[in-house]
Write a new protein. Sequence first.
Length: 53
Amino acid sequence: MHAQASSHTTTTTERGSFALARCSCGWTGPARRSRDRARADASDHAETANGNG
């Protein structure tokens, strides 16, 4: 059995008044006015994508 090492590296970027979460896999979260919510979106994606959620 092979262990799958899938690492999802998330970041947040800003576009005007909005913050967006992005991942190295190509996923992009919705535009948010709240930077905290964009970071939470990124965290949720990384946990789900890595099988922890």
